[in-house]
Design a protein around this ligand. Sequence first.
Ligand code: BG6
Length: 468
Amino acid sequence: MLKFDFKKNFLWGSAFSGPQTEGAFFEDGKASSNWDYWFKKEKYRFFNEQPCRNDFYHRYEEDILIAKNLNFNSLRTSIQWSRLIPDGKTVNPKGVEFYNNVINTMLANNIKPIINLFHFDMPTWAQENGGWLSLEVVDAFTFFAKTCFELFGDRVEMFTTFNEPIVVVEGSYWYDWHIPNEISMQDGMQAQWNILIAHLRAVKAYRELKLDRQIGCLLNISPSIARSKNPADQEAAYYHDLFTLNCFLDPMVKNTYPEDLIKLAKKHNFMWTINPGDEALIADESLRVDFLGLNYYQPARVKCLDYLPNFANGAITPHYFYQPYDMPGRKINPYRGWEIFPKGIYLALMNLKNNYNNIPVYISENGMGVENEERFIKDGVIDDQYRINFVKEHLAWMQKAISEGANCFGYHSWAYIDNWSWMNAYKNRYGFVQLDLDNNGQRVLKKSAEFIQTTIANQAINYDEELI
Ligand code: BG6
């Protein structure tokens, strides 16, 4: 038996997001978002052409009660900008009512709401005005953030500005997972910078309101693991950190921006625009995050390049500086294609402990998406032992980091009920609870639901493997 020695009020719960659960795309005054627009335009890029069908907009009470019955004391969702301020200027009363209902229902069930502001979604008008390349959009986001703090800050003790901001950059400008589906190193870096500034301006607005609660950001941290000790592989790991982590983590926690990234951009001609006042925001210590959320799924194994890229006129991306490394024999979740490496959660937490002032952090996402889980149904219940093993192993490594001093105050899975996964739609399921789309979206507990319930009740798991 592995008994946890977590802090009092340790957060147990789960994350989800507005665009992945709400549905009701155009109901009650909601405007089109970038995802609504893209789905309409290129439906074929979404698995089985399925839109979000969780219907949290109408079923939030049922879903929050399920969370309570799993023994959760906290939940994270996001506010859809396109629902709250559809035209960027006027607050939608129906949007306010909905998010008030969600927050109040959580509180009435002793569930602490953690409210995130940007989970890959922006209104279509903002996308069409240049998305994160536009300073007008940065202004509009700051207004949206301030409005959320004013409307909900009396009850929400933890806000976060962005979920996985680097994924927005990668998806929109480097690897073609999100609209506007551009491939441009420089635009990607400009978006990275503007998102960072939008985050800092939101934190500034928060501090000015003197709400005296907490604001943070949710970062996906995939520890970089070099293929070998060869200096070229080591350098590849360094570059991976620069592009995917340090450009957000350093300014948010240490008030610095990686100089090496600026040098690289100047040398390779992808330097972005830095506006007056930006650097002062980064240097302002009062704008440091109060806490971080750490989304952990997989490590980033990297190696140096095998071949020379097209120097003359290639469309470069960060993969010009490092390449993903498929380590032979790595354990993989074949449905999502992601490596399963529970020790990575420990490595990420220890990095924050040792190099980032041991900033308070909670695991804000961790989970395993599996396709066609119906084949595992026994007596009406999905027997997802693989998910139980996955969570157990990650909890064990998280506990090890905590026992070695990591300042970790919670564990949230992704996500407790199956939900819509962007281009993968409903292909891979993550929940402890099945969303039965053939039966009116009925919520059915999987075997892992009982596991998480008892784990939280006992503050312990059955686990005796040696952690090396
Ligand atoms: C995280 C995101 O990166 O991973 C979630 O914050 C996402 O929005 C989750 O759903 C799982 O990834 P995917 O692509 O399988 O849904």
